[in-house]
Design a protein around this ligand. Sequence first.
Ligand SMILES: Nc1ncnc2c1ncn2[C@@H]1O[C@H](COP(=O)(O)OP(=O)(O)OP(=O)(O)O)[C@@H](O)[C@H]1O
Ligand SMILES: [Mg+2]
Length: 253
Amino acid sequence: MKVVAVYSTKGGVGKTTAAVNLAWEASKHFRVLLWDLDPQGATTFLLQVKPKVKGGVGALVAGESKVGRAIRSTAFRDLDVLPADASYRDLDLVFDHAKKSDRRIAKILDQVASDYDVVILDCPPGAALVAENAVFSADAVVVPLVPSPLSMRSLEQVTEFVAASVSKARVVAFFSMVDRRKTLHRATVADLPGAERSVTDVVVPATVQIERMGTERAPIGSYAPNSEAARAFGGLWEIVRTTIKPKHAKPRR
Ligand SMILES: Nc1ncnc2c1ncn2[C@@H]1O[C@H](COP(=O)(O)OP(=O)(O)OP(=O)(O)O)[C@@H](O)[C@H]1O
Ligand SMILES: [Mg+2]
């Protein structure tokens, strides 16, 4: 089982959008679990899953409830969700009180290691224990970059964060919400991929088709498969796939 954390220290840059679409792309060939780690529950909402975790995430971390019982299937084959509810607001505190507080996510995922080939973590923004846990468990950390100086700073922060962890995760950054009418966006997208090794040439445009995910409550590839944005996420998954090299632990259902 390989783990991909979609993460940035910065909020609102397209993490959830990427997590949902990468998970959908991955589920074409692999058994995928998408874990919503954000109490806002955007991933949970977008895949039409009920935001309810029996006993709360505290019981999950304490080992009092089994992760398998909290996982929900979605309308999409081989794509399951571990939903978030309001109890995730306290996740940092819950981790803080636990033993080996930066390894709890990895420990929980051990329970389902033979059930999934790929796990995608939709992380909240910030650099708290939730992020430390996600990075520790990850084989790759996917970072959306809105082309601006501040986002580049957040890439540096994520890179430092991963380097400071014992995690061997590779950082894979891509451009998110790109508006080619803006000079700064065009210039950044043209200059950065060569200059910074972890920055791929994947460009996800800012489009209304992605905004529609909120009303369709589905991955873009399911309702606009030929759109530029859907193709960009397909290309991003290919890069992530070759980075993490997932294996089929079992024949597909
Ligand atoms: N490429 C895009 N084009 C247009 N809208 C987008 C694009 N990517 C994301 N959005 C919209 O921007 C908003 C923020 O995106 P998203 O929720 O993916 O960001 P996030 O990084 O997960 O935010 P948070 O830090 O709050 O978790 C959402 O309403 C989403 O629909
Ligand atoms: Mg999000």
